[in-house]
Design a binder for this molecule. Structure first.
Ligand code: BDR
Ligand code: CA
Length: 311
């Protein structure tokens, strides 16, 4: 199996991404590292631990990472995910605790101790931990097989400002540093994830699975008061982060192109905007595989099939 570390700020859609990874024999989750994002670090860490307990995977270590972005004050998204970060999940306070080491130190140690190209990093939140690890230990860059990140937006516009997607906006400096590190990167922007809506028709087969994990997914995604339903008038919430795992499992469900992606880190109106050179109008070399479309029914079939494999 492909060995992955999931760097995350659970987060309702983060939780679904983690479950999808745990349910997939093609992947081996080596660790979960947490970051402040949707909610503060103490909560994202607690949610990660609670989720591993629910899935019966307390063998996977959790490392808590950055409590704030590199250079900017923290921004959170309780308006989307609720005060707990995983509203609807109703998980008990976990007994599982994070390890003593911090996330960036663990990433450096792990990447240095494994053969180059062994470890893929899946980024589901602001990229503060990865950027910190790369800044402290630039030698790890050529050892990372790939970074697969949910972040950015072009065609869709932003979801936290008119121009920026949340993960890039919260820590634009981190996103910029990661894109400049020379590591193979796959980016899954809002352009893709806004097509993967959790409609009632798509949740129905998941609700029939009848396991605690599947029931939790339906409770989190099916809520009538979901942000996107109320604010955008959509008939379901966008399932952002699971697309990263979906791409690792079934890249054929996605389309995209290698291009140059830069992140704005200064201009107030455009802070955190991903500037994507889709048509190669600059001579800046490609630094990411930018995905722009997905077979969303195919994705939901995959998700449903995999969730059914979890006890
Ligand atoms: C991203 O922001 C978070 O709220 C989600 O978990 C996802 O990672 C979407 O913009
Ligand atoms: Ca997230």
């Amino acid at each position: 199996p492909r060995r992955i570390v999931i760097d995350t700020d659970p987060g309702q859609d983060d939780a679904v991404a983690i479950l999808l990874a745990l349910a997939s024999p093609e992947l081996r989750v080596e660790a979960i590292t947490t970051v402040a994002g949707n909610v503060p670090l103490a909560l994202t860490t607690r949610n990660a631990c609670a989720l591993l307990e629910l899935a019966g995977r307390t063998d996977i270590p959790v490392f808590a990472g950055a409590a704030r972005p590199l250079r900017r004050p923290p921004i959170s998204a309780e308006h989307v995910h609720g005060a707990t970060g995983m509203d609807g999940a109703d998980l008990p306070v976990p007994r599982l605790r994070e390890q003593g080491l911090d996330a960036a130190t663990h990433l450096v140690d792990l990447l240095r101790s494994e053969a180059a190209g062994e470890i893929t990093i899946v980024c589901l939140g602001p990229m503060t931990n990865i950027a910190t690890a790369l800044a402290h230990a630039p030698d790890i860059a050529p050892r990372i097989a790939r970074i697969v990140a949910m972040g950015g937006a072009q065609r869709e516009g932003g979801n936290i400002t008119p121009t920026a997607e949340f993960n890039f906006y919260v820590d634009p400096d981190a996103a910029k540093a990661v894109l400049a590190a020379g590591v193979p990167v796959t980016l899954i922007p809002l352009d893709v994830t806004h097509r993967v809506l959790a409609t009632a028709a798509r949740l129905e087969p998941i609700s029939k699975i009848g396991t605690p994990a599947a029931d939790m997914v339906v409770r989190m995604l099916g809520a009538e008061d979901r942000f996107e339903r109320i604010k955008y008038g959509w008939d379901g919430g966008a399932l952002h982060d699971p697309c990263t795992i979906g791409w690792l499992l079934r890249p054929d469900l996605f389309t995209g192109r290698e291009c140059n992606v830069e992140v704005e880190v200064e201009a107030p109106l455009c802070l955190g905007q991903s500037v994507v050179d889709l048509w190669k109008v600059t001579d800046r070399p490609p630094n990411a595989l930018w995905l722009h479309d997905v077979d969303s029914d195919g994705f939901y079939s995959l998700l449903t099939e995999r969730l059914a494999l979890l006890a």
